[in-house]
Design a protein around this ligand. Structure first.
Ligand code: NAD
Length: 260
Protein backbone atom coordinates (compact mmCIF):
# COMPACT_ATOMS: atom_id res chain seq x y z
CA UNK A 1 0.00 0.00 0.00
CA UNK A 2 3.08 2.28 -0.03
CA UNK A 3 3.91 2.02 -3.73
CA UNK A 4 5.02 5.44 -4.97
CA UNK A 5 5.82 6.64 -1.43
CA UNK A 6 9.29 7.58 -0.20
CA UNK A 7 10.54 7.03 3.34
CA UNK A 8 13.59 8.01 5.35
CA UNK A 9 14.44 5.93 8.42
CA UNK A 10 17.27 7.32 10.56
CA UNK A 11 19.45 4.82 12.40
CA UNK A 12 18.33 1.92 10.24
CA UNK A 13 21.49 -0.12 9.71
CA UNK A 14 20.54 -2.23 12.72
CA UNK A 15 17.82 -3.25 15.16
CA UNK A 16 14.42 -1.56 15.12
CA UNK A 17 15.39 0.86 12.32
CA UNK A 18 16.25 -1.96 9.93
CA UNK A 19 12.94 -3.66 10.80
CA UNK A 20 11.07 -0.43 9.92
CA UNK A 21 12.96 -0.20 6.62
CA UNK A 22 12.15 -3.83 5.74
CA UNK A 23 8.46 -3.39 6.61
CA UNK A 24 8.15 -0.21 4.51
CA UNK A 25 9.97 -1.84 1.57
CA UNK A 26 7.70 -4.88 1.78
CA UNK A 27 4.79 -2.51 1.11
CA UNK A 28 6.58 -1.03 -1.92
CA UNK A 29 8.09 2.17 -0.48
CA UNK A 30 11.37 3.63 -1.71
CA UNK A 31 13.47 3.74 1.46
CA UNK A 32 16.53 5.73 2.49
CA UNK A 33 18.44 3.96 5.23
CA UNK A 34 20.94 5.69 7.49
CA UNK A 35 23.34 4.84 10.29
CA UNK A 36 26.77 3.42 10.89
CA UNK A 37 28.20 -0.06 10.45
CA UNK A 38 30.05 -2.41 8.16
CA UNK A 39 29.92 -1.11 4.56
CA UNK A 40 29.30 -4.55 3.03
CA UNK A 41 26.50 -5.34 5.47
CA UNK A 42 24.88 -1.96 4.74
CA UNK A 43 25.12 -2.52 0.98
CA UNK A 44 23.57 -5.99 1.38
CA UNK A 45 20.70 -4.46 3.37
CA UNK A 46 20.23 -1.75 0.73
CA UNK A 47 20.08 -4.19 -2.20
CA UNK A 48 17.73 -6.45 -0.24
CA UNK A 49 15.38 -3.49 0.33
CA UNK A 50 15.45 -2.60 -3.36
CA UNK A 51 14.69 -6.19 -4.33
CA UNK A 52 11.79 -6.35 -1.86
CA UNK A 53 10.20 -3.03 -2.75
CA UNK A 54 10.87 -2.87 -6.47
CA UNK A 55 11.69 0.81 -5.82
CA UNK A 56 15.05 2.54 -5.38
CA UNK A 57 16.67 2.16 -1.96
CA UNK A 58 19.36 4.62 -0.88
CA UNK A 59 21.93 4.66 1.89
CA UNK A 60 22.83 8.01 3.42
CA UNK A 61 25.68 8.17 5.95
CA UNK A 62 24.42 11.40 7.59
CA UNK A 63 25.66 11.74 11.17
CA UNK A 64 22.66 12.61 13.33
CA UNK A 65 24.82 14.91 15.46
CA UNK A 66 25.29 17.16 12.38
CA UNK A 67 22.28 19.35 11.43
CA UNK A 68 23.66 20.18 7.97
CA UNK A 69 24.07 16.47 7.18
CA UNK A 70 20.49 15.78 8.27
CA UNK A 71 19.17 18.52 5.97
CA UNK A 72 21.38 17.25 3.13
CA UNK A 73 20.02 13.70 3.55
CA UNK A 74 16.43 14.96 3.25
CA UNK A 75 17.34 17.12 0.24
CA UNK A 76 19.14 14.26 -1.52
CA UNK A 77 16.23 11.85 -1.02
CA UNK A 78 13.69 14.45 -2.10
CA UNK A 79 15.76 15.32 -5.20
CA UNK A 80 16.04 11.65 -6.19
CA UNK A 81 12.45 10.67 -5.41
CA UNK A 82 10.47 13.87 -5.85
CA UNK A 83 9.56 14.18 -2.17
CA UNK A 84 9.65 12.59 1.26
CA UNK A 85 6.34 11.10 2.44
CA UNK A 86 7.40 9.22 5.56
CA UNK A 87 10.06 10.13 8.12
CA UNK A 88 10.95 7.75 10.92
CA UNK A 89 13.24 9.27 13.56
CA UNK A 90 14.86 6.25 15.08
CA UNK A 91 18.61 6.82 15.55
CA UNK A 92 19.48 6.46 19.18
CA UNK A 93 22.27 5.66 21.60
CA UNK A 94 22.32 4.85 25.29
CA UNK A 95 24.69 5.33 28.20
CA UNK A 96 24.10 3.94 31.67
CA UNK A 97 25.72 5.65 34.68
CA UNK A 98 24.82 7.55 37.84
CA UNK A 99 24.69 11.30 37.22
CA UNK A 100 27.86 11.77 39.31
CA UNK A 101 29.74 9.48 36.91
CA UNK A 102 27.97 10.51 33.67
CA UNK A 103 30.35 12.25 31.23
CA UNK A 104 28.86 15.54 30.01
CA UNK A 105 29.88 14.76 26.41
CA UNK A 106 27.90 11.48 26.55
CA UNK A 107 24.84 13.36 27.78
CA UNK A 108 25.25 15.91 24.95
CA UNK A 109 25.64 13.11 22.36
CA UNK A 110 22.48 11.37 23.58
CA UNK A 111 20.49 14.60 23.37
CA UNK A 112 21.88 15.34 19.88
CA UNK A 113 21.25 11.88 18.40
CA UNK A 114 18.06 10.84 20.24
CA UNK A 115 16.27 14.22 20.31
CA UNK A 116 17.76 17.20 18.45
CA UNK A 117 18.25 15.20 15.24
CA UNK A 118 14.48 14.59 15.12
CA UNK A 119 13.86 18.35 15.33
CA UNK A 120 16.18 19.03 12.39
CA UNK A 121 14.75 16.16 10.33
CA UNK A 122 11.20 17.40 10.99
CA UNK A 123 12.23 20.95 10.07
CA UNK A 124 13.47 19.62 6.71
CA UNK A 125 10.52 17.34 5.85
CA UNK A 126 7.52 19.34 7.10
CA UNK A 127 7.55 21.83 4.17
CA UNK A 128 7.69 18.92 1.68
CA UNK A 129 4.82 17.08 3.41
CA UNK A 130 2.70 20.22 3.68
CA UNK A 131 3.22 20.87 -0.02
CA UNK A 132 2.22 17.28 -0.85
CA UNK A 133 -0.78 17.43 1.52
CA UNK A 134 0.20 14.06 3.01
CA UNK A 135 2.88 12.90 5.38
CA UNK A 136 3.72 10.56 8.23
CA UNK A 137 6.30 11.35 10.91
CA UNK A 138 6.99 8.63 13.45
CA UNK A 139 9.62 8.76 16.18
CA UNK A 140 10.85 5.83 18.23
CA UNK A 141 10.51 7.10 21.78
CA UNK A 142 10.55 4.51 24.59
CA UNK A 143 8.81 3.45 27.78
CA UNK A 144 11.42 5.88 29.11
CA UNK A 145 9.37 8.69 27.52
CA UNK A 146 6.76 7.97 30.23
CA UNK A 147 8.67 6.61 33.22
CA UNK A 148 12.27 6.76 34.44
CA UNK A 149 14.90 4.25 35.47
CA UNK A 150 17.98 5.09 37.53
CA UNK A 151 21.27 5.71 35.73
CA UNK A 152 19.62 6.75 32.44
CA UNK A 153 19.26 10.50 33.02
CA UNK A 154 20.23 11.63 29.50
CA UNK A 155 18.16 8.97 27.71
CA UNK A 156 15.05 9.62 29.83
CA UNK A 157 15.44 13.37 29.27
CA UNK A 158 15.78 12.88 25.50
CA UNK A 159 12.81 10.51 25.19
CA UNK A 160 10.50 12.71 27.29
CA UNK A 161 11.55 15.60 25.04
CA UNK A 162 10.69 13.64 21.90
CA UNK A 163 7.08 13.37 23.09
CA UNK A 164 6.82 17.15 23.50
CA UNK A 165 8.32 17.71 20.06
CA UNK A 166 5.86 15.19 18.58
CA UNK A 167 2.84 16.89 20.14
CA UNK A 168 3.95 20.33 18.97
CA UNK A 169 4.63 19.37 15.35
CA UNK A 170 1.39 17.34 15.29
CA UNK A 171 -0.45 20.58 16.07
CA UNK A 172 1.54 22.56 13.49
CA UNK A 173 0.71 20.04 10.72
CA UNK A 174 -2.76 18.86 11.80
CA UNK A 175 -4.61 20.63 8.98
CA UNK A 176 -2.17 19.51 6.29
CA UNK A 177 -2.76 15.74 6.03
CA UNK A 178 0.35 15.07 8.08
CA UNK A 179 0.38 12.95 11.25
CA UNK A 180 3.14 12.99 13.85
CA UNK A 181 3.36 10.24 16.47
CA UNK A 182 5.72 8.38 18.78
CA UNK A 183 6.00 4.67 19.35
CA UNK A 184 7.21 3.78 22.84
CA UNK A 185 8.55 0.26 23.05
CA UNK A 186 9.61 -1.48 26.22
CA UNK A 187 12.71 -3.64 25.96
CA UNK A 188 13.27 -4.81 22.39
CA UNK A 189 16.00 -7.37 21.82
CA UNK A 190 18.53 -5.42 19.68
CA UNK A 191 22.28 -4.61 19.76
CA UNK A 192 21.46 -1.44 21.79
CA UNK A 193 20.01 -3.52 24.64
CA UNK A 194 22.71 -6.15 24.44
CA UNK A 195 25.38 -3.43 24.65
CA UNK A 196 24.08 -1.96 27.90
CA UNK A 197 24.19 -5.28 29.77
CA UNK A 198 27.93 -5.01 30.71
CA UNK A 199 27.50 -1.42 32.03
CA UNK A 200 24.44 -2.38 34.07
CA UNK A 201 26.31 -5.44 35.40
CA UNK A 202 29.13 -3.11 36.49
CA UNK A 203 27.02 -0.25 37.86
CA UNK A 204 24.73 -2.56 39.87
CA UNK A 205 27.13 -5.43 40.61
CA UNK A 206 24.94 -8.07 38.89
CA UNK A 207 25.46 -11.09 36.62
CA UNK A 208 24.31 -11.12 32.98
CA UNK A 209 21.29 -13.33 33.87
CA UNK A 210 20.34 -11.03 36.76
CA UNK A 211 20.43 -7.98 34.45
CA UNK A 212 18.26 -9.72 31.84
CA UNK A 213 15.67 -11.14 34.25
CA UNK A 214 15.76 -8.83 37.29
CA UNK A 215 16.52 -5.46 35.61
CA UNK A 216 15.33 -5.54 31.98
CA UNK A 217 12.39 -7.95 32.06
CA UNK A 218 11.61 -7.06 35.68
CA UNK A 219 9.79 -4.01 34.37
CA UNK A 220 7.97 -5.92 31.62
CA UNK A 221 5.01 -7.93 32.97
CA UNK A 222 4.86 -10.16 29.86
CA UNK A 223 8.45 -11.31 30.67
CA UNK A 224 9.10 -11.26 26.94
CA UNK A 225 11.20 -8.86 24.88
CA UNK A 226 9.23 -6.86 22.29
CA UNK A 227 10.40 -7.76 18.75
CA UNK A 228 11.60 -5.22 16.17
CA UNK A 229 8.99 -6.64 13.74
CA UNK A 230 6.14 -5.89 16.18
CA UNK A 231 7.30 -2.27 16.45
CA UNK A 232 7.58 -2.01 12.66
CA UNK A 233 4.04 -3.37 12.22
CA UNK A 234 2.67 -0.51 14.35
CA UNK A 235 4.60 2.00 12.25
CA UNK A 236 3.04 0.53 9.10
CA UNK A 237 -0.41 0.97 10.62
CA UNK A 238 0.38 4.64 11.29
CA UNK A 239 1.19 5.02 7.58
CA UNK A 240 -2.27 3.79 6.55
CA UNK A 241 -5.09 6.15 5.64
CA UNK A 242 -7.10 4.51 8.46
CA UNK A 243 -4.63 6.14 10.88
CA UNK A 244 -5.23 9.65 9.52
CA UNK A 245 -6.88 10.77 12.78
CA UNK A 246 -4.10 9.51 15.01
CA UNK A 247 -1.74 12.41 15.59
CA UNK A 248 0.22 13.76 18.52
CA UNK A 249 -0.01 10.35 20.19
CA UNK A 250 2.59 8.38 22.11
CA UNK A 251 1.75 4.72 21.52
CA UNK A 252 3.09 2.19 24.01
CA UNK A 253 4.21 -1.30 23.02
CA UNK A 254 5.88 -2.31 26.24
CA UNK A 255 4.50 -5.64 27.47
CA UNK A 256 2.50 -3.81 30.13
CA UNK A 257 5.52 -1.98 31.65
CA UNK A 258 3.87 1.45 31.95
CA UNK A 259 0.54 -0.02 33.09
CA UNK A 260 2.16 -1.01 36.38
P1 NAD B 1 20.58 -0.17 17.56
O1 NAD B 1 21.84 0.18 18.29
O2 NAD B 1 20.40 -1.55 17.04
O3 NAD B 1 20.36 0.86 16.36
C1 NAD B 1 20.67 2.22 16.47
C2 NAD B 1 20.85 2.79 15.09
O4 NAD B 1 21.21 4.18 15.21
C3 NAD B 1 21.98 2.12 14.30
O5 NAD B 1 21.62 2.03 12.94
C4 NAD B 1 23.14 3.11 14.46
O6 NAD B 1 24.11 3.05 13.44
C5 NAD B 1 22.36 4.41 14.42
N1 NAD B 1 23.10 5.56 14.94
C6 NAD B 1 23.74 5.70 16.13
N2 NAD B 1 24.35 6.90 16.18
C7 NAD B 1 24.08 7.53 15.02
C8 NAD B 1 24.44 8.80 14.47
N3 NAD B 1 25.20 9.68 15.14
N4 NAD B 1 23.99 9.12 13.24
C9 NAD B 1 23.23 8.25 12.52
N5 NAD B 1 22.86 7.03 12.99
C10 NAD B 1 23.29 6.69 14.22
O7 NAD B 1 19.41 0.23 18.55
P2 NAD B 1 17.84 -0.10 18.61
O8 NAD B 1 17.60 -0.83 19.87
O9 NAD B 1 17.33 -0.65 17.33
O10 NAD B 1 17.28 1.37 18.85
C11 NAD B 1 16.62 2.13 17.87
C12 NAD B 1 15.78 3.17 18.56
O11 NAD B 1 14.81 2.52 19.38
C13 NAD B 1 16.56 4.11 19.48
O12 NAD B 1 16.05 5.43 19.35
C14 NAD B 1 16.27 3.55 20.85
O13 NAD B 1 16.38 4.54 21.85
C15 NAD B 1 14.83 3.09 20.66
N6 NAD B 1 14.39 2.10 21.65
C16 NAD B 1 15.02 0.90 21.77
C17 NAD B 1 14.55 0.00 22.71
C18 NAD B 1 15.19 -1.32 22.91
O14 NAD B 1 14.88 -1.98 23.91
N7 NAD B 1 16.06 -1.78 22.02
C19 NAD B 1 13.46 0.31 23.51
C20 NAD B 1 12.84 1.55 23.35
C21 NAD B 1 13.32 2.43 22.41
Amino acid sequence: FLKGKTAIVTGSTSGIGLAYARALAAEGAAVTINGFGDADAIERARTELEATSGAPARYDAADMTKPEQIAAMVEATAAAQGGVDILINNAGIQHVARIEDFPGEKMEAIIAINLTSAWYAMQAVVPLMKKAGWGRIISTASAHSLVASPNKSAYVMAKHGLVGLTKTIALETAANGVTVNCISPGYVWTPLVEAQIPDTMASRGLTREQVMNDVLLAAQPTKEFVTPEQVAALALFLCRDEAASMTGANLSMDGGWTAA
